[in-house]
Write a protein that binds this ligand. Structure first.
Ligand SMILES: NC(=O)c1ccc[n+]([C@@H]2O[C@H](COP(=O)([O-])OP(=O)(O)OC[C@H]3O[C@@H](n4cnc5c(N)ncnc54)[C@H](OP(=O)(O)O)[C@@H]3O)[C@@H](O)[C@H]2O)c1
Length: 283
C-alpha cells in the first residue's frame, strides 16, 4: 500500500484505494478509521455516497498528517455545467472539513458538451485556487474524453500552455469481465491514470471457476486474484469492504505476481457492467 503512482500534477496517488459507496453515513467514520488503521491511505468518496462529511471526519480524527492521506470526491452525478459544478465542489469541500481535496472527478459525462466543458472549467478554477490538487473524470467514454482533450488543446493554443488543464485521473468500472481496452488505451496514450471501481465485481464472481482455479494455484483468495490483476494492468483498484478481515485481505496483494499466462486467462472478452454504464451516453 506504500506504493504510489505519479500523476500529471506534482502529486502521487496510492495504488490501492478504499471505496465507500453504500457505506452508510453513520457507519462511515468507523469503517474509514478502520481502513486507515489497516494501512489504506487513499479514500474514494463522492457526493452521491452521502458520506463525505463522515470521511472527512475520520481523516481529521485519525491523527495522520493530512499530506499522507489521499482523499477523492466527485461531483453530483445529475448536475452539470459550470454553476452546478462550482456549487457541488464547494459543498464537497465544506462537508469534508478539509482544507483541500486531493482529487475531484466529474462523476458522469451527462449534460452534453456544454455541461461537460462547463464542469471542467469549474474544476480548473478550484484547482487554481488550491482547493483541489488533481482533477479528472469518471464514467466518460472515449468520445467524451476526446472532446475534452480537444478543448484542452484548443485552450492551450489560444491562452497558453497548461491553461486548459490536464485530465490526471479517470475512474471506471474495470475487472476481467469489463476490461474497457478502448478507454484504458486512450488513457495510456494521454497520461491519464486509470482507477478501477468495482474491482471485486461487487462480489458477484467469487465462485467463478476461472477465479477459483487461480486462487487455488496461488494460495490466495479470489478477491486477491482480482486485485492483483488490476494492479498488474497498471490500474489503481478501489475495493470496498465493511469487514476488517477483508480490508486486510484486499490489501495483502503485494507478495505475489500473476504470470503472464495467467493474466491472459483473465482476458474474458466480456462486457458485463454491474452497476451503471454512463460511458455510452450520447448527450
Ligand atoms: N465512479 C463511480 O461511478 C463508481 C461506481 C461504483 C463504485 N465506485 C467506487 O469503487 C468502490 C468499489 O466498488 P464497489 O463498492 O461497487 O464494489 P467492489 O469493491 O467490487 O465490491 C464490494 C463488495 O464485495 C464485498 N467484498 C469486499 N471484499 C471482499 C473479499 N475479500 N471477499 C469477498 N467479498 C468481498 C463487499 O462486501 P463487504 O462490504 O460485506 O465486505 C461488497 O459487497 C466504491 O466503494 C466506490 O468508491 C465508483
Amino acid at each position: 500500500m506504500a506504493t504510489a503512482v505519479p500523476l500529471s500534477t506534482k502529486y502521487t496517488l496510492p495504488i490501492l484505494g478504499y471505496g465507500v459507496l453504500q457505506v452508510a453515513p453513520e457507519k462511515a467514520p468507523e469503517f474509514v478509521a478502520k481502513a486507515l488503521e489497516v494501512g489504506y491511505r487513499h479514500i474514494d468518496s463522492a457526493t452521491m455516497y452521502q458520506n463525505e462529511a463522515a470521511c472527512g471526519e475520520a481523516i481529521r480524527a485519525s491523527g495522520l498528517p493530512r499530506e499522507s492521506v489521499f482523499y477523492t470526491s466527485k461531483s453530483p452525478p445529475d448536475q452539470h455545467g459550470y454553476d452546478a459544478t462550482v456549487k457541488g465542489f464547494e459543498a464537497s469541500l465544506q462537508k469534508s472539513g478539509l482544507d483541500y481535496i486531493d482529487l475531484y472527478l466529474l462523476h458522469t459525462p451527462f449534460g452534453g458538451k456544454e455541461g461537460r466543458i462547463g464542469g471542467w472549467k469549474a474544476l480548473l478554477e478550484a484547482q487554481r485556487a488550491g482547493k483541489v490538487r488533481s482533477i479528472g473524470v469518471s464514467n466518460w467514454g472515449v468520445h467524451h474524453l476526446q472532446e475534452l482533450e480537444d478543448w484542452i488543446q484548443e485552450t492551450d493554443a489560444k491562452e497558453g500552455k497548461g491553461t486548459g488543464g490536464k485530465i490526471s485521473v479517470g475512474q471506471w468500472e474495470i475487472h476481467p469481465w469489463l476490461a474497457r481496452k478502448d478507454i484504458t488505451d486512450w488513457c495510456a496514450k494521454h497520461g491519464v491514470v486509470v482507477e478501477a471501481y468495482s474491482p471485486l465485481v461487487r462480489g458477484l464472481k467469487m465462485h467463478d471457476p476461472l477465479l477459483k482455479a487461480l486462487a487455488e494455484k496461488y494460495g490466495k483468495s479470489p478477491a486477491q486474484i482480482l486485485l492483483r490483476w488490476s494492479v498488474q494492468q497498471g490500474f489503481v483498484p478501489l475495493p470496498k469492504s465493511e469487514k476488517e478481515n477483508r480490508m486486510r485481505e484486499n490489501a495483502d496483494i503485494f507478495d505475489f505476481e500473476l504470470s503472464a499466462d495467467d493474466m491472459k486467462t483473465l482476458e474474458t472478452g466480456k462486457y458485463e457492467t454491474t452497476i451503471w454504464d454512463p460511458t455510452t451516453d450520447t448527450s
